[in-house]
Design a protein around this ligand. Sequence first.
Ligand SMILES: Nc1nc2c(ncn2[C@@H]2O[C@H](COP(=O)(O)OP(=O)(O)OP(=O)(O)O)[C@@H](O)[C@H]2O)c(=O)[nH]1
Ligand SMILES: [Mg+2]
Length: 505
Amino acid sequence: MTAQAQQLAGPLSAAVANLCVGLRQQVSPNTAAGFREVLRRLSAPLQVAVAGRIKSGKSTLVNALIGRRVAPTDVGECTRLVTRFQYGTVDRIEVVFTDGRKQVLPFDANGSIPADLGVDVEEVSHIEAYLTNAVLRDLTVIDTPGLGSLDAASVARTEALLGNELDPVSRNAVAGAEAVLYVVTQGVRGDDQQALAAFTAATASREAGPVNAIAVLNKADTIAAETVEGADGDTWQAAVLLAERQAHTLKPRVADVIPVIGLVAESVETGGFTSADADALRKLAELDEGTRETMLISADLFVGWDCDVPVGVRTRLLEKLDLYGIRCALAAVDAEPAITAGALRRKLLDSSGLDGVRGKLNAVFRSRADGIKAAAALASVTALAAASGDPNERQRVHDAIEVLLAKPEAHQLRLLEALTLVASGAVAMPADLAEEVLRFGTSPDVSEQLGLRGRPPHELVAYALERAGWWRSFASFGATPAQSRVAHVVHRAYFLIWQQLRGRR
Ligand SMILES: Nc1nc2c(ncn2[C@@H]2O[C@H](COP(=O)(O)OP(=O)(O)OP(=O)(O)O)[C@@H](O)[C@H]2O)c(=O)[nH]1
Ligand SMILES: [Mg+2]
């Protein structure tokens, strides 16, 4: 049997799949079973875990991305469980128990996973939710329970928490993730990098890095603009600046930090925001300036102030958009009093920043799904061989991987591996060189990879050639053996860019 390329993300996944198929006869039954699992995963969509602290808005964002309010937010025992949202031809919820039993559950009246499952949660491993939503065709989204109170935590404590509070099976479900969308809020500090490191330690042997991790700065609407220098009192501007600063802290663990208002995104993308809400907003926009300003000071005043729009309607608006979203909507109505509910929804979507998150997901995850999946699969193959305890078997697997990586077609895979080694600190590099290496992971755009965005082609060509030469000599002189391995890959990356750009001129 050969791997079926049409089900796989691309040639790199196919190469690793063929490696597994080829080795299956030469390894112990246990390892072979592991390889079958690796093969199964290789032909499944990219697995993205949404992770972050408790109540950071993970489930809200999951709903926004899927376009359906299916993950329970705020309350309920499900927020303590791992839920995998994957594509299926029929909507279905399956509770998977730690002993392997499965039980099918109905969705609740609103079409979401019931907050109360009616089973003993202690016995539950995780939930599989199959949905017909098209977004899930090439991305499986894994909603994870919040990392607990990590504020004062050392890495050791964090790891202990992950190790003890998640049962082994749900840890495996998280470990199944090939990429991470890390949700942070305004409070992110230096120790969040440790939280991220601890999370990635839990995602099996794979490290997160610029290749397979993105962060979002969620709840951007709740940022007090006056506390952020340079924001000029503008909330979104404050969020953009804060996200840039956080990127500084979290890089190179993540490719980027993108600001987003998950709540507003969820409301507009899941049909939560209705034409009745648009009507209410139009009415509120007609209130005299003074009343409006007073009401927008706080949530209490917004609901409690005496006005024509019923309290229940205002409470719902607040739940769906919060004060910032309401302000954005009112500004849109001011600019265009006859604005339709659809146009208002579009404006709110724009203000939520969700398009920015989707763009990043496409640029970092979707466009590289083949490489990410192949790298994750190779890591699993290596781990399986290491766990077998048979030195001959380990050597056979090792040799097969070396043969695969030596092929010219595997360059992309070697580059991803090099990026991850450098990002995780497994291979130490001087800061300027590390930064240069990691640039290859930041964007599919060649000029950005060279750090020469917007420069004319002849400069790009000359620079690529110059750096190719530099890295080749670094690989031979001055580098440690580990650095040398990375340097060879970087040399090749520059050389291929040079070839490509030269051909284009
Ligand atoms: N103002 C505001 N509130 C938000 C935003 N995103 C989420 N929330 C609210 O934050 C609360 C927690 O959201 P969840 O999505 O349940 O957070 P979670 O990270 O999944 O929580 P756990 O799974 O319990 O860790 C809910 O009340 C959401 O409505 C946002 O962008 N702005
Ligand atoms: Mg949640």
